[in-house]
Design a protein around this ligand. Structure first.
Ligand SMILES: Nc1nc2c(ncn2[C@@H]2O[C@H](COP(=O)(O)OP(=O)(O)OP(=O)(O)O)[C@@H](O)[C@H]2O)c(=O)[nH]1
Ligand SMILES: [Mg+2]
Length: 373
């Protein structure tokens, strides 16, 4: 930890620092999103919906590009059209299993002559996509009976954990919850400073120890501090780790056990943050982190920078096969940018609308050469 940061900290006990607010670190207003002039959907009154619609444009554009004029109309729905749709889904990381399921369902309806034109196809596709994701729609709720309500945030390096915690802290505060952050990523000094900075901006205290300290004990300290002060929520950061590194995954299991010693019902949520940009590789992460710490939910970050938003369907398909008895993992939020307001509740319908170009403008009219039909 650097001197500058340490100076701002009040040493509560040996080696434990609390980054509370003081006069010199009084929070500056958070940067808020400037309106995007002329951006699609900004004139609509859907509130958050326009934001998601705008931010998912990369995937929407790729879908439209590969599917050619299929989603725009004026095309006969035949085998070639279904092949283009299949390519478009695969091209946005929907994955083989989920794509198969979607195409099979659509093909059945085509053979029953229910889908005569592109509008009907689009409607059927929309229903099918929404059906797949709706089991993942579940609001993130703080149980007031559990205080502190402990949220453990895990994931691979650089997925977006710390940023997501910062954004979530702000949302929870805005909803009236008191929040404490635990700097459980003790691997790098910069990681601690990054969390402290989010705490400062959000007017939320951060409990930290020096770099190299035991992650579990930092989080334990934070829970004690939260209980002593009647704080509602502890958001615990952890160091990024590759799911294949067994010793690091064991360390995470230990963190969970230690948290459980403080309160046998905790952690109340164990959330895996996924980087949408890595597409199909997220599937292995879900399975391995789930095996190590028992996930209760997902947050999919960086959907704005990626044309792979279809990955949510692949996760849903994996959930349906691997977690049949446990049920689907909820996607509590999606990350659609780096700013504090860029964390949105996940909603299957809104998400599918954004991918298919509904709820905003029509998808861009890029056409693949020699479009058929
Ligand atoms: N565009 C975009 N960038 C994001 C989003 N979420 C996080 N980022 C960026 O991704 C980078 C990594 O984010 P961090 O929050 O540091 O990731 P982390 O998982 O904590 O990383 P480690 O602690 O190193 O494992 C930062 O530059 C963030 O600003 C998002 O939703 N959209
Ligand atoms: Mg981090």
């Amino acid at each position: 930890m650097t001197g500058a940061v340490r100076n701002r900290a009040a040493a509560a006990a040996d080696g434990i620092y609390e980054f509370a607010l003081n006069e010199e670190s009084a929070p500056k207003p958070l940067p808020s999103a400037p309106p995007v002039a002329g951006a699609p959907g900004t004139h609509l009154s859907h509130g958050g919906r326009t934001g998601v619609w705008q931010r998912l444009h990369r995937t929407r554009d790729r879908l439209a590009e590969i599917a050619g004029n299929l989603l725009l109309g004026e095309r006969v729905i035949d085998q070639a059209a279904l092949e283009d749709l299949e390519a478009a889904l695969l091209g946005t990381d929907v994955g083989v299993d989920a794509t198969q399921r979607i195409i099979d369902a659509i093909a059945k309806r085509v053979s029953r002559r229910e889908l005569s034109d592109a509008d009907a196809l689009r409607g059927a596709l929309r229903d099918e996509l929404e059906d797949m994701l709706s089991p993942m729609t579940s609001p993130f709720r703080i149980d007031p009976e559990r205080r502190p309500f402990v949220v453990l945030v895990v994931g691979v390096n650089g997925a977006g954990k710390t940023t997501t915690i910062g954004k979530l802290a702000k949302q929870l505060r805005d909803e009236g919850h008191s929040v404490l952050l635990a700097a459980g990523d003790t691997f790098r000094a910069a990681a601690i400073e990054q969390l402290v900075e989010w705490g400062r901006r959000n007017e939320v205290a951060v409990i930290a120890q020096d770099r190299g300290a035991d992650s579990a004990s930092v989080i334990f300290d934070a829970m004690e501090a939260a209980r002593a002060r009647g704080i509602d929520v502890v958001l615990a950061d952890t160091a990024g780790r590759l799911q294949a590194k067994i010793n690091l995954m064991d360390e995470l299991s230990k963190v969970k056990r230690v948290v459980g010693r403080f309160d046998s019902t905790a952690p109340h949520e164990v959330i895996l943050v996924l980087d949408a940009g890595i597409g199909q590789n997220t599937l292995g992460q879900v399975a391995r982190f789930d095996a190590a710490v028992g996930l209760t939910g997902l947050i999919v970050a960086k959907l704005d920078g990626s044309a792979r938003a279809g990955i949510l369907f692949a996760i849903a398909a994996q959930d349906a096969s691997d977690r049949a008895r446990k049920g689907a993992l909820p996607v509590y939020f999606i990350g659609v940018g780096e700013r504090v307001e860029d964390l949105r509740s996940f909603n299957a319908r809104e998400f599918v609308d954004a991918l298919l170009g509904e709820g905003g403008e029509q998808p861009s009219q890029k056409r693949r050469g020699g479009a058929r039909g």
